[in-house]
Design a binder for this molecule. Structure first.
Ligand SMILES: [Zn+2]
Length: 495
């Protein structure tokens, strides 16, 4: 076995230095691998392989779906591109019916998984160059998927390739797992892990550096009002609608009300004053005896409801001042000022994942029809959800609402004391010279598909986040650095 390139007896460089007792052929010698130098030696091919990978427009296209390509021909092409490349380089590969695939190396009972995805979101508009041209400008590669997630996949692949080319012996197997539906419904990992082995440990290069080891639990549910419709003829709400998604703060709300003509002027004045003092934009129109109220708020992600201004909530609170309908009374008394769950008796916070949050994403009210509120609840890893769920049911029941669950993901947490986290921290600090702090998320990262997995990169602290935006790019310096980090991480976790 020839050991080429950069295995040195010693090295005087600061970063990327790592001392190991390394088995080469039959003899054990103390050696040092300079991972960064190893990546630099492969710089040109790393960049050109990534460019070719990025030039495949791997967006979901179910119109071209068929057996072996459930997400369309473009995604199939991207998956096959990387698998064929790996096969040519001498790795064993597997395509799991086009849902996902993997590249495998090493031997041993245990398995390390590195989970990324080959699909990308649509390019959108406003680009300064072809979104699938992978043009290099200012030491950056511009393309949809450059940072999310093809760049990191290619970096992890080159990390594995370096280990193979150096002939390093591993005591575990490693699989780079390639999902094909991360940007949509995660049908890729669902299909893959139903058939394939779950790695005992893993990481996903699909979020931020240093390390995200904890993710809140997430529960989407709606409260449907099932009591009596009690309205006054002087102020009869015909409809009230706001929001489209559980996990977004609604930025617009509209209500149509049948009103006593004598009350129109006064109600208009009160509404205007209400919106002005709350600093929400608004519109109000009168036609005969109907009045239409519109409120404009600010959208935000459901994991950070305090960053938005909930137009639906605001308008519902205004309407509650005029109607006896229990739906609106409930919103005013139990939903408004309840982003932390205090009104349900479930306000909670822990050191690992911080506060429980609730987003009220959709309001629907039709007189004599469906009256519902859709909620997106995110709870800390140590929260007692069994008790919390009971409390929510109790409150709902007391006000004649019924709870309908749509989706539940339990919290995801890998201990700070685990070998996985400690090893990744060590590698990150060595390669960057920076402290490898641990972070938590309110949103779900791809890492939660793994039984014991953390999110590890690719975005470095302080870097511009261009994920899903026009002119998405990966900096070439960052690409080189993350490849060294992934190479060393894979090696340290499997040696
Ligand atoms: Zn991604």
């Amino acid at each position: 076995m020839s050991v080429n390139l950069n295995i040195k007896k010693e090295s005087r460089k600061g970063h990327g230095i790592d001392s190991h007792c390394l088995r080469i052929g039959e003899s054990k010698v103390m050696t040092t691998i300079n991972w960064l130098d190893e990546v630099e030696n492969r710089r040109e091919s790393l960049i050109s392989d990534l460019q070719s990978f990025l030039q495949i427009k791997s967006t979901l296209d179910e119109t071209t779906a068929c057996d072996g390509a459930p997400f369309g021909q473009n995604i199939r092409q991207a998956l096959e591109f990387i698998l064929e490349k790996a096969e040519k380089d001498g790795f064993s590969v597997k395509n799991t019916e086009g849902y996902a695939g993997h590249i495998e190396y090493g031997q041993g009972k245990e398995l390390l998984g590195v989970l990324g995805h080959v699909d990308v979101v649509p390019e959108g508009s406003g680009w300064n160059s072809d979104p699938f041209g992978a043009e290099i400008r200012d030491n950056r590669i511009y393309a949809r998927g450059a940072i999310d997630d093809k760049g990191p996949i290619m970096a992890a692949y080159y990390g594995l390739k370096i280990i193979k080319e150096l002939g390093l012996e591993l005591n575990k197997r490693i699989r780079i797992i390639l999902g094909c539906d991360e940007e949509n419904l995660w049908r890729c990992v669902e299909h893959y892990f139903a058939k394939e082995e779950m790695p005992s440990i893993g990481f996903s290069p699909d979020a931020d550096f240093p390390i995200i080891n904890a993710e809140k639990g997430l529960r989407d549910f709606s409260l449907n009002y099932e009591g009596k419709n009690t309205q006054d003829q002087d102020f009869k709400i015909l409809s009230f609608h706001s929001g489209e998604r559980f996990n977004m703060v609604p930025e617009y709300a509209k209500a149509v009300v049948e009103i006593n003509p004598n009350l129109v002027e006064q109600t208009k004045i009160v509404f205007e004053a209400f919106c002005v003092s709350a600093m929400y934009d608004f519109d109000v129109k009168v036609e005969g005896n109907t009045i239409t109220f519109e409120v404009y708020g600010v959208s935000a992600h459901g994991s950070l409801p305090h960053l938005g201004k909930n137009a639906g909530l605001k308008l519902a609170v205004f309407l509650a001042n005029y109607t006896r309908h229990p739906y609106f009374r409930f919103i005013k008394e139990y939903i408004a000022a309840n982003e932390d769950g205090n009104r349900f008796g479930i306000a909670y916070s822990d050191e690992i994942t911080k506060e429980l949050t609730i987003n009220y994403g959709i309001f629907q009210f039709e007189d004599e029809g469906k009256c519902s509120i859709a909620l997106n609840l995110r709870y800390p890893v140590t929260f007692d959800m069994v008790d919390g769920w009971q409390r929510i049911h109790d409150y709902a029941k007391a006000f004649k609402f019924k709870v309908f669950e749509k989706n539940h993901m339990t919290p995801h947490h890998v201990s700070a004391d685990s070998d996985l986290v400690r090893t990744l921290q060590k590698v990150y600090s060595e390669q960057t010279g920076m402290e490898a702090t641990l972070h938590s998320m309110g949103g779900a990262t791809y890492a939660r598909s793994l039984k014991q997995g953390v999110a590890f990169g690719p975005l470095f602290p302080g870097q511009e986040d261009v994920v899903h935006q026009k002119n998405e790019y990966i900096g070439i310096d960052e690409l080189i650095k993350m490849t060294a980090i992934y190479a060393q991480s894979i090696y340290e976790l499997t040696k």
